[in-house]
Design a protein around this ligand. Sequence first.
Ligand SMILES: Nc1nc2c(ncn2[C@@H]2O[C@H](COP(=O)(O)OP(=O)(O)O)[C@@H](O)[C@H]2O)c(=O)[nH]1
Ligand SMILES: [Mg+2]
Length: 366
Amino acid sequence: MAAELAVITPALNERDNLVPLYQAIRAVLDGIDWELIIVDDDSPDGTAEAAADLARRDPRVRVLRRIGRRGLASACIEGVLSTTAPYFAIIDADMQHDERLLPEMLRRLKTDGLDMVVASRAVPGGSDEGLDGGYRKGVSGLGRRLARMVMGIELSDPMSGFFMMRRDVFDSLVRRLSGIGYKILVDILASADRPLRVVEIPYTFRRRRAGASKFGGRAAVDYLLLLLDKRLGGIVPPRFVLFCLVGGSGVVVHMAVLFAAFRGFDVRFEVAQAIATVVAMTSNFWLNNILTYSDRRLRGSAMLRGLISFYLVCSVGAVTNVGVATLLFQEFGSWILAGLAGTVVGAVWNFALSAFATWRRPGPSA
Ligand SMILES: Nc1nc2c(ncn2[C@@H]2O[C@H](COP(=O)(O)OP(=O)(O)O)[C@@H](O)[C@H]2O)c(=O)[nH]1
Ligand SMILES: [Mg+2]
């Protein structure tokens, strides 16, 4: 019989948490037709093998293994799309979410005419005591306020990664999801074309059982990009925004190196300018590699090849930039317009070509 409830668990390097999670879910969902879908992003620790072991013993467990892909939100989306169950829950693999809430969430969803039930750390009775230190709590609170300010989301805990939802409601908004980064709940709430009927129930966020958190600077950047993407209505790719911000930082690096070489060390201007250009390109490459393309980050010898291809892409971008700007300057005589247009064309060129030549998405055989 087809499952009534699909439990989707994104799992990156969670090998040692899967058996306890499975046992807990099996115990608590006794009497419900459930399935557990573990979405692994090719974790080096053998998460997929551990999940496959479980699946061999219990056919209600399935493994969705993505190769050359990263991202909690997109993992959840693909996990949901892989099931036909009319209700689904998202729950972390590290036991920080209290799985004992699942039956109550399903009951409320079915009988109270709701679209979604969110497990919240911030309603009375809930707690985020499992969050490590004041820093993580502060970041979480800031994220909550941003969701309210930017998207008008009024939930007490929109950063929650633990919720249950009706599949038909998910299907009605799935094409509008951004799928960026860490915060799938904010993505869903901001993608709905009508206010969703949501109830929050309290729970205590526990300590992670084994392994380490994947939360870091990148997750925070991704969250800002998600909000930006939602605000811009998906018109400008958020990766391009990051690429341009990195480009802006390159201008600062360039001017600083030029100043140091030309004024500080009395290097000839042309040489100082050339040194500054190479340093700025290198710093842009490095920043793009860890920020803009953190999901396709190049390492080792691939990084060296990437750097050389990035120099080449940028050189052609610079020629295009100067060419377009010169043409416009001759045509219209406005140096500001010509300079800006050249910069924009150069940036778009660099972005488009480096996405292809430097940070091409690795295929399953890569
Ligand atoms: N498939 C997949 N799962 C991820 C990814 N990043 C995080 N996860 C999982 O998402 C859940 C929450 O991540 P975690 O690092 O515990 O975040 P924290 O609880 O905020 O510290 C865990 O089950 C992780 O294994 C990812 O890129 N892909
Ligand atoms: Mg966690």
